[in-house]
Design a protein around this ligand. Sequence first.
Ligand code: G2H
Ligand code: MG
Ligand code: MG
Length: 290
Amino acid sequence: MADWTDCLNFGISIAKQASEVGVMATNENAVKLKSSPADLVTETDQRVEKILISAIRNRYPQHRFIGEESVAAGEHLELTDSPTWIIDPIDGTVNFVHRFPFVAISIAFTVNRQTQFGIVYSCVEDKLFYAQRGGGAFLNGEPLHASGQQGDITRVTSHMCYITHDIMSRDDVALSTMTSNIRRLLQFPVHGVRALGTAAVDMCQVATGGADAYYHIGMHCWDIAASAIIVQEAGGVVMDTDGSEFDMMSRRVIAASSAAVADRIAQVIQAFPCCRDDEDNCGCGATGVN
Ligand SMILES: O=P(O)(O)OC(CO)CO
Ligand SMILES: [Mg+2]
Ligand SMILES: [Mg+2]
């Protein structure tokens, strides 16, 4: 089996460099709206993506890329069997613009469409989450373990803590479905619901054991691919919100401390139409879901 450790180490080093010269070096105020008031892009997003892609391309000329801002600029999104870097240059652009201190560079690497490693660098916190297939998950070099919480509601000690994400879409159906999902989840014995504003860092909280579950509908592959393998390698579970196998292109994800917790969330979550990342005009009936 091929060993991609070299690529992982290179990805970590360029994520840190791009944070230093891009994310952390900029006071960005030139903001453009993409699909909704919660979907922003700045010149820094675009610059950081260019820094990352040109460094990787220089070192690995045969590799392919799926980058959030390249796709936004019109590049075709296609995951092939070739080694592919899936990049979110700034996950948490709204936070970045408002100086809310949770922004991350998220990088996943796939071969034969299977994720081999994931890197989530939370720039302001200086926290580096990473995991390689079969090699465990780490935060700043220390092993990560999901909480293992099983979510047995008969136990008074049950303390599930969920993380969800702020609602990106302003579409009526999406808004009402998302709010009613949270309402249904709050009927479980939960201690609280949190949202940091970056899907990548939110999901990594499940890998740390700080949260027992995360779910979202409407994220893209660059938001969730890296943190999905980090959760899995920390002993957690990722699945589709309909209970089927996780598919980074489906835009639906549950990440949880155990299969039991993931299953319980899948049973109460209602989805709304949301086009797959890898299909243009898929005919699902989505309106205004970014
Ligand atoms: O800031 P970004 O990359 O748009 O991502 C958001 C969701 O789309 C936060 O996860
Ligand atoms: Mg993102
Ligand atoms: Mg982004």
